[in-house]
Write a protein of this length. Structure first.
Ligand code: ZN
Length: 447
């Protein structure tokens, strides 16, 4: 334990004590579901299969969340957290070539503008930030940041490769790390992170076995399948982190990001009924785009395939919805983009010329939110809306605006300029970088 304590000193501890705490406004929860789309959720709601998503839409305001090219998750989730375009925030791709001429993933060190948790910190408010994109190394803000490098690093160490002490800097403040590592070690010892058990407990099909049955000659064709067990484990670890920090009472903003269902959608067409799959596959590379009728049918069929994955996330959502209702807090459920079937396949980037990027989702519930109202919103509106809901000034140079339309009680909008206060020095972590690049390759995002 002495090592943890020394690390805590080395990294410095939170300075929130010196900040004045603003009058308490309702807490704000944000759940990020990468790639979630109403195109797939709505047909399932209509069949009564996703009661929690249905309740979100009926009880709160919702939008087809407008997004912007390139719909690369690292770029868009940073826009969501900053309220700014990629030109301003500086995360313009998955990776860049560093000074050693190596391809490395973007890290929080390259961010040029403050994220919502830094703005909270500036006003003496605490945030819990779990697994948000481009958060390694984590910012030294008051509250807790479990960076997007934590799960992969922890999983690797738990499998006996690597030293836990090397992972302390994936979490802020560093004294959180040993607590989390104890929880994960216990899960690991019980076999809870093993693939067959994950499949069973998440109540989702064993897609790897199913793929081998359907395409026995072709197992190597789908690189995602080799990293799928890790993605399931990350998702389960994220559930555990969410459960753990929901129990802590001292936070004003709670942000948790899930890479589901994006990862699944990238290979989900393989699980469409064989004959239909071949029919829809004929559109890939074809000169004519599928008609709206074909797309409707496709979305209905894809909804059936995706149901287990979305149902799995409803367990988590219902927990957070319950909590938000009880506390009279706000909850935003957000995605960075949807998916679209086209001549480029079922994807969200590299679409045919002139095709706008597919919308993400937004659902907002809270004490004074008009029920069932459809609104217009974009990914840039999320950060200013969070600031507004917390009674704070909105960033004057943000590209979005606070979503006032769904609120019955409105205050004047104040503005201020926020600056990135605690710029993290870049850290070289070739092992973690290698793992991230391997996953990006398996998803077809980089070559
Ligand atoms: Zn994404």
């Amino acid at each position: 334990m002495a090592v943890w304590a020394a690390a805590a000193l080395m990294f410095g501890v939170s300075t929130s004590a010196s900040c004045r705490r603003e009058t308490r406004t309702p807490r704000v929860y944000v759940i990020g579901l990468d790639g979630a789309t109403w195109d797939i959720i709505d047909p399932l709601i209509a069949q009564g299969k996703l009661p929690v998503f249905k309740a979100l839409k009926e009880e709160g305001a919702w939008a087809r969340l407008r997004t912007f090219d390139p719909t690369l998750s690292a770029v868009v989730w940073t826009s969501i957290a900053t309220g700014k375009t990629m030109i301003k925030h500086g995360i313009v791709d998955w990776t860049f070539v560093n000074k050693h001429n190596l391809q490395v993933p973007y890290s929080s060190s390259e961010k040029r503008v403050p994220s919502i948790w830094e703005m909270m910190d500036e006003h003496g408010l605490r945030s819990v930030v779990l697994n948000w994109f481009v958060t390694y190394p984590p910012d030294a803000v008051s509250g807790v940041m479990v960076s997007d490098s934590f799960s992969a690093a922890a999983l690797k160490t738990l499998s006996g490769k690597g030293d836990p002490e090397a992972l302390i800097d994936t979490v802020y403040p560093p004294e959180e790390f040993p607590k989390l590592y104890v929880i994960l070690s216990r899960m690991n010892a019980e076999g809870a992170l093993k693939y067959p058990r994950l499949v069973r407990e998440m109540e989702i099909p064993d897609y790897i076995a199913e793929f081998k049955t359907r395409y026995p000659e072709d197992v190597k064709r789908v690189p995602i399948l080799s990293v799928w067990p890790s993605f399931l484990a990350y998702d389960r670890i994220q559930d555990t982190l969410v459960d753990h920090y929901l129990e802590e009472n001292d936070y004003d903003l709670f942000l948790a990001y899930y890479r589901f269902p994006d990862v699944f959608f990238h290979f989900a067409t393989l699980f469409l009924e064989k004959e239909y799959h071949d029919r829809i596959d004929a559109f890939v590379g074809a000169p004519v785009e599928p008609s709206p009728e074909v797309l409707d049918e496709f979305n209905r069929k894809m909804a059936e395939v995706a149901w287990p994955i979305l149902r799995e996330k409803e367990a988590l959502l219902s927990k957070v919805v319950e909590r938000a209702r009880l506390e009279k807090a706000y909850l935003l459920v957000v995605s960075d983009h949807g998916f679209l079937m086209s001549s480029k396949g079922y994807t969200h980037y590299g679409l045919p010329d002139g095709t706008p990027p597919p919308d993400g989702i937004l659902a907002l519930i809270g004490p004074d939110v008009k029920p069932g109202l459809r609104i217009e919103a974009s990914v840039y509106d999320i950060a200013p809306t969070i600031l507004y809901l917390k009674g704070l000034p909105v960033g004057a140079d943000m590209d979005g605006k606070p979503l006032l339309e769904p609120l019955t009680v409105r205050r004047p909008v104040r503005t201020a300029l926020y600056t990135r206060m605690r710029h993290q020095p870049a850290k070289e972590n070739p092992e973690l970088d290698k793992k991230k690049l391997e996953e990006l390759r398996s998803l077809g995002y980089i070559k």
